[in-house]
Design a protein around this ligand. Structure first.
Ligand SMILES: C[S@@+](CC[C@H](N)C(=O)[O-])C[C@H]1O[C@@H](n2cnc3c(N)ncnc32)[C@H](O)[C@@H]1O
Length: 375
């Protein structure tokens, strides 16, 4: 069968390489799979543009981009228009995929990554790192090795857009486990407790991937807390990374102050700490925040219909979350006598606030775009 081709785009990888990176691969309908592989990745470009817009930046502002875990170039195939402005790079542990990229995507440079760092890139080499669905496959040990390596090869002030599972995918994964007769509630409890869950008895057992490659779920609070050891977290975009959540990170200056980590699941959000019964106003603010937190991120809607409905919902929800956070922060500020007991809560609020603020900036841009389209 001749491979499908797309005018103005580089070649499409063969089905056997696509199969390694997409879940809904159909051996009976390779052409459909190739078309899907191509079209789906437009979102990969769009989400990078949108996340950068939230920082007031665009792809062309950067000197050197790395797609970490690029596979057979799904997302980079959409970056041809940037090739003259930005030096494009991709790396992956899959040597076959990298071989194909080298032969077919000549506008970018590729290296095969080792299973463990270091890569061959020098310190501070990149100022933009993008990624689609690699940390969704690594346990905490490998995750931390690679976060540290990305820290090394990104220059201070550089931006990283890394993805983790969305709430919807967490749900789908756990439902899938339950359907397969596994005690999904025990897994859910571990995710609640630890903030990260590595599922080894998954569909990747016996696959072409190495033995450390399985399914990883993260809780947003864990990412905000744990990953801030490596980077400044500038945003957490629910379903903002293709079909995944996107974490917007900035490489700190060396020696810059790092906020002390919470070190455990924030008890205050969603399980509020003991607020005195005599403080109903604070209770109400916490309850409101908890209610919004539990409902966040919003349920996924078909990406094709993204533009209006999802974004309107996102705007509403973020604005309400923002209001609730501000109200809570004000209440805390008015109660300095309770500051000690609420120190951790304040930090949680701060982290969520940073996330919501960045999301807010992005949403403002999208809102403007919607208004302009309506006009
Ligand atoms: C789900 S696939 C996504 C591939 C590609 N980003 C895409 O969207 O099609 C995950 C990819 O991560 C790669 N990978 C896993 N661990 C890696 C690591 N430590 N360094 C680089 N790539 C890795 C795998 O080989 C695989 O290609």
């Amino acid at each position: 069968m001749a491979d499908v081709s797309f005018e103005g785009f580089p070649p499409i990888p063969p089905p056997e390489l696509i199969q390694r990176v997409v879940l809904d691969f159909s051996a009976d309908d390779a052409e459909r799979t190739q078309r899907h592989f191509h079209a789906d990745a437009e979102t990969g470009l769009l989400v990078v543009q949108r996340a950068l817009a939230g920082l007031g930046r665009e792809i062309g502002d950067f000197d050197r981009l790395l797609d970490f875990g690029c596979g057979p170039g799904r997302v980079l195939r959409w970056f041809v228009p940037y090739a003259e402005q930005v030096e494009l790079h991709g790396t992956d542990i899959d040597a076959d995929a990298i071989e194909w990229c080298k032969e077919n995507l000549g506008y970018a440079s590729f290296t095969t990554a080792p299973h463990e760092p270091p890569t061959e890139y020098p310190d501070g080499y990149f100022d933009l790192v993008i990624n689609h669905s690699v940390f969704t496959h690594l346990d905490e040990h490998y995750q931390d090795l690679w976060l540290a390596e990305l820290q090394r090869i990104t220059r201070p002030g550089g931006v990283l857009l890394l993805t983790v599972c969305s709430a919807r995918q967490v749900h789908v994964t756990l439902e899938g486990l339950a359907g397969a007769g596994v005690d999904a509630e025990a897994y859910r409890a571990r995710l609640e407790r630890d903030g990260i869950l590595f599922i080894e008895n998954d569909a990747f057992v016996g696959s072409s991937h190495p033995p450390f490659y399985h399914s990883t779920l993260h809780a947003p609070w864990y990412v905000l807390e744990h990953w801030s050891r490596f980077f400044d977290v500038r945003g957490y975009l629910p379903e903002g990374g293709h079909t995944l959540d996107m974490v917007v990170l900035i490489r700190r200056e060396d020696g810059a102050e790092v906020l002390p980590p919470i070190g455990r699941r924030p008890a205050a959000v969603p399980a509020a700490p003991a607020a005195p019964a005599s403080d109903p106003e604070l209770d109400r603010a916490l309850a409101r925040l908890n209610e919004l937190y539990r409902g966040w991120p919003p349920a996924r809607t078909a990406l094709g219909r993204l533009k209006r409905r999802v974004l309107r919902g996102e705007i509403d929800r973020s604005e309400r979350m923002h209001e609730a956070l501000v109200a809570l922060a004000q209440l805390l500020a008015e109660r300095p006598e309770r500051a000690d007991g609420l120190a951790e809560l304040k930090r949680d609020v701060h982290l969520l606030h940073v996330a919501v603020e960045t999301q807010g900036a992005r949403i403002s841009l999208l809102a403007r775009e919607l208004r302009e389209r309506d006009a």
